[in-house]
Design a protein around this ligand. Structure first.
Ligand SMILES: [Zn+2]
Length: 428
């Protein structure tokens, strides 16, 4: 079966060109100027005035399955990813049971493939049950199909455990993705300690709870040689240290979330707990450092930390509500509207940060590039007409995001995985 995507603004090989894309079953076979294709066509998709992008890649999502399927399942999470234009995601292992043995990882890999409509790469944990000091069998979980390890949701608390974990992950050839948070520096805080937390009378945690552990880990990463990846980096001190470490040749990469780029602690009113997540929203100075880090390449990629919760998990009390917000369905449009349209970063830069960079740095099998020979994983976005983000459109079980109601450009028109349409916008 041959599909022709016609006349789109196609991002291929580092350039945006008006082109036709030819797909033969599950592969992209040719890209050329409009009308170039002389062969047979079974299906035409008109992409005139639309962006045709490589399928987006998000290395940080939470699908709650098994364990908390009232919040999300592998299937609904993957539908949300498809709605946002994502075709490959990395699923975090804070599950019950957690994928912390080769057998459990193999079971997740099998379920991800069977129940997901997008490609779902699986993280294994760093330690058993994501707690304590008992390391997983790194070579075993890699052989079972894990693409990286992470204890996301909590930091690895002791330097000795992190040191041994880095040595094990390096030997197995697994990236180690760290949620950086020193529990001894939280002091019961539910938001960043700041003028805002004092105004609201809410307990604050100092942002050094993140950056102190980043400092520790960068030293350990240098000596172990592991591919050390920092999840959802959020403070100006962390960015400064990553920039320095890269200059020293440390094998470090990092991701930033859309919400840390677009929101600050000053957006918190103390009641709308869709502004509560971990790491928490930071100060304006931190936000500016994150944007500078995007611009100069210190930050390697954008990841959403898609974290669905039920309405009951998010009462209007900052001290009680769960941490986390959904992200898959709003990320591209929010970032296009608020970073690309005002000229903070270019469209091609945003696309690289959301496709080629995460795919290449995590060695995700052929994802992240729209080129002949690659899998037909792509997304079509509408950059011309603005739309309002509406909860009724969410495919996720979670509606916990502060971005609902925003008027944005960059709505997803269609998402394709291996040549199959997995999301299509209802027209009219
Ligand atoms: Zn995390």
């Amino acid at each position: 079966m041959t599909t022709l995507i016609q006349n789109g603004q196609v991002y291929t090989n580092g350039q945006l060109i008006v082109a036709d894309v030819v797909i033969d079953n599950d592969r992209i076979t040719a890209i050329g100027e409009p009308g170039f294709w002389q062969g047979s066509i079974d299906q035409r998709i008109d992409a005139t005035n639309k962006l045709v992008s490589p399928g987006l890649v998000d290395v940080h999502v939470h699908y709650r399955d098994p364990g908390e399927t009232q919040k999300e399942t592998i299937h609904t999470g993957s539908l949300a990813a498809a709605h946002g234009g994502f075709t490959t995601v990395g699923a975090m292992p804070n599950l019950d049971p957690a994928p912390d043995t080769p057998a459990r990882v193999a079971e997740m890999v099998r379920r991800n493939q069977q129940e997901g409509v997008v490609h779902i790469a699986q993280f294994a944990t760093i330690t058993t049950g994501r707690q304590g000091d008992q390391l997983v069998d790194f070579a075993g979980v890699k052989k079972a199909g894990a693409f990286a390890v992470s204890n996301d949701g909590s930091g690895v608390q002791t330097a000795g455990t992190m040191y041994q974990a880095m040595k094990g992950a390096a030997a197995a050839g697994l990236p180690l993705a760290a949620h950086v948070e020193d529990n001894s520096l939280l002091f019961g805080g539910v938001m960043t300690a700041s003028d805002r937390s004092r105004q609201l009378g809410l307990p604050g945690a100092p942002s050094v709870s993140e950056s102190a552990q980043v400092a520790r880990d960068l030293v350990l990463a240098k000596t172990t040689g592991v591919h050390y990846h920092i999840c959802h980096v959020s403070t100006k001190e962390s960015i400064a240290m990553v920039r320095f470490a890269k200059q020293q040749g440390v094998n470090v990469t990092c991701e930033v979330t859309p919400h840390h780029l677009l929101l600050t602690v000053d957006d918190i009113d103390g009641h709308d707990t869709n502004y509560k997540m971990n790491p928490p929203l930071r100060t304006k100075a931190d936000q500016q450092a994150l944007i500078a880090g995007l611009q100069d390449g210190t930050i390697d990629m954008i990841a959403t930390d898609h974290a669905p919760h039920t309405v009951a998990d998010k009462p209007a009390d900052f001290t009680q509500a769960a941490n986390g917000i959904t992200g898959s369905e709003t990320a591209f449009a929010e970032l296009y509207t608020n970073l690309v349209k005002p000229g903070t970063i270019s469209l091609t830069k945003l696309l690289d940060l959301m496709s080629a960079k995460p795919a290449d740095l995590f060695n995700l099998n052929q994802a992240g590039h729209l080129e002949p020979g690659r899998p037909a994983d792509l997304a079509i976005f509408d950059l011309q007409q603005s739309t309002r983000i509406q909860a009724a459109d969410y495919q996720s079980k979670g509606i916990n995001t502060p971005f609902t109601g925003d008027q944005v450009y960059g709505d997803t028109v269609l998402t394709m995985v291996d040549g199959h349409v997995v999301y299509q916008r209802k027209e009219g």
